[in-house]
Design a protein around this ligand. Structure first.
Ligand SMILES: [Zn+2]
Length: 237
């Protein structure tokens, strides 16, 4: 079973979560509570190492940035959706790109540089040019990729918190290619599910997209997906 590691932010993280969950792909949201102390310490070292290339001011944000390591650590592939900032240029988030190659704006840069340091394959959808690129170890630079990445193993799905429309479509494209939605043959009746609005176990119903609704007050409760291990339910929290 494939797992998508992502963050807790709005934008790309949320879209990865939605697209994967609605296809029955396991999603792990990497937060402070999902990390043990040792992994956080390991993460701090990896951030310091990444910062030898990024050359930003990290010490103040080290605990926070270290959580990015949780996304990279168990991934065989990293897919980022973000604007690429050329060397020497300043991104929207005020950081100057001091690398020799183009780099993502904002915090995504740390995850990407850690993946480069660990030699994990990386793809980025550059939302500025609407192009897929992958990082070439030999060239130590990005190169255009004819095709979007194909996901066969555990991966990190990450990117900008202010996700653009083309970025959102790129996530959907990648998920459509690797995890096509299975057809709904039968109406799925998940039975009574706790509804936080009715505050009772009410009968839930699914629609054609596999979204799960309270049949009493129509509140959106989560998604039902058909994955490799059959039908499973992810409740909205
Ligand atoms: Zn309800």
């Amino acid at each position: 079973m494939i797992t998508c590691y992502t963050g807790w932010s709005r934008g790309a993280d949320t879209e990865w979560r939605f697209q994967c969950q609605s296809r029955g792909i396991n999603v792990v949201i990497c937060t402070k509570s999902s990390a043990d102390k040792q992994t956080i310490e390991e993460g701090k070292e990896k951030i310091r190492k990444a910062n030898q290339t990024l050359k930003r001011n990290v010490e103040k944000y080290l605990n926070f940035l270290a959580l990015n390591w949780l996304q990279i650590k168990n991934s065989k592939l990293v897919i980022a959706i973000a604007p690429l900032i050329e060397p020497g240029k300043t991104g929207k988030k005020v950081w100057v790109n001091r690398c020799k190659y183009a780099m993502a704006d904002g915090g995504t840069a740390y995850a990407l540089q850690m993946a480069i340091d660990e030699q994990i394959p990386i793809y980025i959808f550059d939302t500025v040019t609407s192009k897929w690129k992958n990082f070439s170890k030999e060239k130590n630079n990005w190169q255009d990729s004819t095709f979007p990445p194909s996901i066969k193993e555990n991966f990190a799905g990450i990117g900008a918190s202010d996700l653009t429309e083309n970025g959102k479509l790129a996530i959907e494209d990648v998920c459509n290619l690797s995890f096509p939605k299975k057809k709904w043959n039968l109406p799925i009746e998940p039975g009574p599910i706790y509804c936080h609005i009715c505050t009772e176990d009410k009968k839930a119903k699914t629609d054609q997209d596999g979204l799960l609704w309270c049949s009493y007050c129509e509140t959106y409760l989560g998604v039902v997906a058909i994955g490799d291990n059959g039908v499973h339910i992810q409740l909205n929290q």
